[in-house]
Ligand binder design. Structure first.
Ligand code: MTE
Ligand code: MO
Length: 383
């Protein structure tokens, strides 16, 4: 079958779907290091993993509304200045299983680990586009191009056997500060097959769906990409919209993700001993907004204490040339005294003072995207 040549994967991953392969690490793995090891990084696919046999022969084309279409090889990309960008990738479906418990949603179920923080190495898309004559900070090309579409090698059933694709605005693609990469490295290693070998897009601060893996072509287009994952998926509808009355055209494709925060040191309904407990997890916001504060409650959200936050390089990968951590998550921790069975809650505030919704019901949507409600874990205190 098409799935006969899938790459090996770590046995500790929780598999949410086999074909296409969708898996996440145990939540505890996310807080054991600031940079998520590649083996434990969630894998989100819509088709079989493509095989690129000969990287020397691999190329992608840049075409569409530009004067000089071009084919670029890996050596052309490697010749450009290389940047290491620490960026958290999060699937819009992260925490979908919990949303489905409120009322059923459609989509692959995910616990809290459809997210990871990696150091991506590659060329800036802004530099690549300059190679084909599009200057930095361009909003529209002479021939009317306003969006940059990424087309993949992989094939998926949602596209009727066509390639996975997505687009971002040209203004973002040509902005060096947006740090959009064509990445060939992840955590200092050659990108592996699961994560887009030999070349993928990384759009920091934006839902994972726009970071197209296994790049086949870049298309400069006038309107945003009309592909399934831009137009018929990955949009957020109000709770009143169901599968009978949905009108996809009324909503924009999701781009920046909102502020998110999750406790990773506890599973729901862990039994713990009474006394001091360290609560830890991750917090992140989209669009380059940092985390201003993480609040933790040990009484279901009545009283709060502030957790401490950190971003520190360490194993498995240390880089000294990362210019900014604004696209990366913070890990948080706080030690609290828990005398009896209770509900522990965490929520974050980003640097634009955005806060998270208290309950999942208010943000319920039929596709189960962007569950950023306060994260709650129930613990039972036993002896
Ligand atoms: N790119 C291709 N070509 N095919 C895909 O199925 N999935 C997207 C995105 N890029 C996908 C893709 C989605 S929905 C997410 S969340 C991220 O890749 C996941 O990236 P990862 O598997 O490296 O964690
Ligand atoms: Mo995703």
């Amino acid at each position: 079958s098409d799935y006969a040549l899938e790459p090996p994967r770590h046995p500790a991953l929780q598999i949410n779907a086999k074909q296409p392969f969708n898996a996440e690490p145990p939540r505890s793995a996310l807080i054991s290091s600031y940079v998520t090891p590649v083996d434990f990084f969630y894998k989100r696919n819509h088709g079989p993993i493509p095989i690129v046999e000969d990287v020397e022969k691999y190329y992608f084309s840049i075409h569409g509304l530009i004067e000089n279409p071009k084919e670029l090889f890996m050596r052309d990309i490697r010749m450009l200045p290389k940047y290491n960008v620490a960026a958290t990738l999060q699937c819009a479906g992260n925490r979908r299983t919990a949303m489905s418990k409120s009322k059923t949603v459609k989509g692959v179920g995910w616990d809290v680990s459809a997210i990871g923080n990696a150091v991506w190495g590659g060329a800036k898309l802004a530099d690549v586009l300059e190679l084909v004559g599009i200057p930095k900070l361009t909003r529209v090309t002479k021939s009317g191009g306003k969006h940059v579409e990424f087309v993949s090698i992989d094939k998926c059933k949602e596209e009727n056997g066509g390639p996975y694709k997505a687009s971002i605005p040209l203004s973002q693609a040509t902005d060096p500060e947006a740090d959009v990469l064509l990445a060939y490295e992840m955590n200092g290693e050659l990108l592996n097959r699961d994560h887009g070998y030999p070349l993928r897009v990384v759009v920091p601060g934006v839902i994972g769906a726009r970071s197209v893996k296994w790049l086949e072509a870049i298309n400069i287009i006038a309107e945003e990409c009309q592909g399934f994952f831009m137009q018929k998926d990955y949009k957020m509808f109000p709770p009143s919209v169901n599968w009978d009355n949905i009108n996809w055209a009324t909503r924009r494709p999701l781009m920046d993700f909102p502020v998110q925060c999750v406790i990773c040191s506890l599973e729901d309904m862990n039994v713990i001993k009474p006394g001091k407990v360290k609560i830890s997890g991750y917090a992140v916001s989209g669009g380059g907004r940092g985390i201003e504060r993480v609040d933790v409650s040990i009484d279901g959200g009545k009283n709060w204490v502030e957790a401490s936050r950190y971003q520190k390089m360490g194993a498995p990968y240390v880089a000294d040339d990362i210019s900014s951590d604004k696209w990366a998550w913070v890990l948080f921790e706080v030690t609290v005294d828990i005398p009896q069975s209770t509900q522990i809650v965490a929520k974050a505030v980003d640097t634009a003072a955005n806060v998270q919704p208290e309950n999942v019901e208010t943000i319920w949507n039929l596709r189960g995207v962007l569950n950023t409600s306060w994260h709650r874990v129930n613990v039972r205190v036993g002896h």
